[in-house]
Design a protein. Structure first.
Length: 350
């Protein structure tokens, strides 16, 4: 599945913001990237693309909520996987890691859909558009549907899996997130869903499968992602970076990334238990400009980080069709909001 989730990113929000953008300007800015990052790190998975150890009755997988999947194994294959996520903010981790309540809380419903096409037997291209709807208690109106930044990734599996010899499948991702989401001249800060900058994306993934006693299969994924803005965002008035009316300037989003692993335990051929554990980090965003009163601003927001866990259950009708449902949440971190995000996704491969 996702996860984006590159992931490489399922949508994770810091009290309505995505952890990948904790590197931006704190909570106001983070709220901006909620949909994009999770879509990007996209935790997409395809049930047919992986090799199973059991030849007579192979295990079927949908993929965990957060881990990214690698390139598909056959030229011409297409994967389609829509995700629905509800984000319920819970609180905020301060600079020393202590948690505290967060008010007001901006809730969100997000949909991001993975589209993956296999160009060759080892190279695939992936797009993960994101649409989100957010609201906050006390607002007279709700935000409109918003289209976030658009990640496009090219992935290459440079080592094929050989479970019998304990050789894992190794893949590398490289791509760019296009600044298609609103971030500038906003009617209100909560309408910001973009970073306003082109962002380079890189990821390394590993996947291996093992047979446990009782002929149960266990699939392991390990990944690490890196994101860096290659342009600056031009800012005017209210923006995703927490600026107010009359502001003029620029912002350079900070680097951010994620590392983690997932486990998928096959109860039987159709049912699978999944668990993700991931660590997110983000450098602060650099903001420069002048306010409406002419005051110069040159600031660097604090770095942030968090730990995320995401248990889920998968059901697969066949090697090509499956569904996963679970919840992701944060249990530790600093300088970031945290939430509980139930989510469900349908996976199909053609």
């Amino acid at each position: 599945m996702r996860k984006m989730k590159f992931l490489l990113a399922r949508p994770r929000q810091s009290g309505s913001t995505h952890n990948c953008f904790h590197a931006l300007l704190g909570l106001p800015l983070l709220a901006v990237m909620t949909a994009t990052a999770q879509a990007a790190d996209t935790n997409n998975n395809t049930t047919i693309e992986e090799q199973s150890i059991q030849e007579e009755k192979p295990q079927w997988y949908t993929g965990s909520l957060v881990s990214p999947s690698g390139a598909m194994t056959k030229k011409g294959m297409i994967a389609w996987e829509p995700y629905m996520t509800y984000s319920q903010p819970v609180g905020q981790f301060n600079s020393n890691g202590s948690s505290q309540p967060l008010h007001p809380r901006q809730k969100a419903v997000s949909n991001f859909t993975l589209y993956k096409y296999s160009i060759t037997d080892s190279v695939s291209i992936q797009l993960t558009p994101v649409i989100s709807y957010r609201w906050k208690k006390g607002d007279n109106t709700s935000s409109d549907l918003k289209f976030g930044d658009l990640p496009v990734d090219l992935m290459w599996r440079y080592v094929d899996a050989d479970p019998k010899r304990y050789i894992p499948a190794l893949s590398i991702f490289a791509g760019m997130a296009m600044p298609t989401g609103d971030y500038n001249r906003l009617g209100r800060a909560q309408d910001g869903v973009g970073a306003g900058a082109y962002t380079f994306r890189l990821a390394l993934t590993e996947q291996s499968t093992y047979t446990l006693p009782g002929q149960h299969e266990l699939r392991l994924r390990v990944w690490s992602t890196f994101r860096r803005a290659v342009t600056t965002a031009h800012l005017h008035d209210v923006t995703s970076y927490g600026t107010s009316s009359g502001f003029k300037g620029r912002a350079q989003p900070g680097m951010y990334g994620e590392s983690g692993f997932s486990l998928e335990f096959g109860i039987n051929q159709k049912w699978v238990l999944a668990l993700d554990l991931a660590r997110d980090w983000a450098n602060g965003a650099h903001l420069r400009g002048t306010t409406a009163t002419g005051k110069k601003v040159n600031s660097l927001s604090e770095a942030s980080g968090d730990w995320q866990i995401a248990p889920a259950i998968e059901y697969n009708w066949s090697p090509r069709f499956g569904v996963i449902a679970g919840v992701s949440t944060y249990f530790a971190g600093h300088n970031t909001g945290f939430d509980i995000s139930p989510q469900v996704a349908f996976n199909s491969v053609f």
